[in-house]
Design a protein around this ligand. Structure first.
Ligand SMILES: [Zn+2]
Length: 135
């Protein structure tokens, strides 16, 4: 008769995982930006993210998923580790090629889809911008 009730016990196991994923994602960006030749470390981070998400059956944020090479797990950043092309005839089609293994990804632009190259900057700005102007 001394059984505890589970109700009311708010346990959020995923929060920690998401924090870890976020951390790894930022770390991967940092490595790629500061030391682009260290692709092994970048891949390790990205692969860890995927493995973690898979194990916990989490749905990765589309912006993260989109930036991982499905073949070699490289973090895809335009101009650094990936090339991005827009098909002339199909404006909404975006082709991303992993410069590591040449795997190609195709995406279709949606209305609220931001310019691809701005995304890494977007999260980096968050840590800097504190009511401070650009200059
Ligand atoms: Zn690749």
């Amino acid at each position: 008769m001394g059984k505890e009730k589970k109700a009311g016990n708010v346990y959020v196991p995923n929060r920690e995982i998401f924090q870890r994923i976020n951390y790894l994602y930022q770390a991967a960006h940092m490595v790629l930006k500061n030391c682009p030749s260290n692709t092994e470390l970048v891949r390790f981070y990205m692969q860890s993210i995927k493995t973690m998400a898979k194990r916990q059956v989490l749905r990765l944020d589309p912006s993260i998923k989109r930036n991982i090479c499905k073949k070699c797990f490289m973090l895809l950043v335009p101009g650094i580790s990936a090339s991005v092309r827009f098909k002339a005839k199909q404006e909404k089609r975006c082709v991303i090629r992993c410069l590591e293994c040449n795997t190609v990804k195709c995406f279709i632009h949606s209305k609220d889809y931001k310019l691809w190259g701005q995304q890494p900057e977007a999260w980096m700005d968050q840590s800097h911008t504190n009511g401070k102007g650009p200059g």
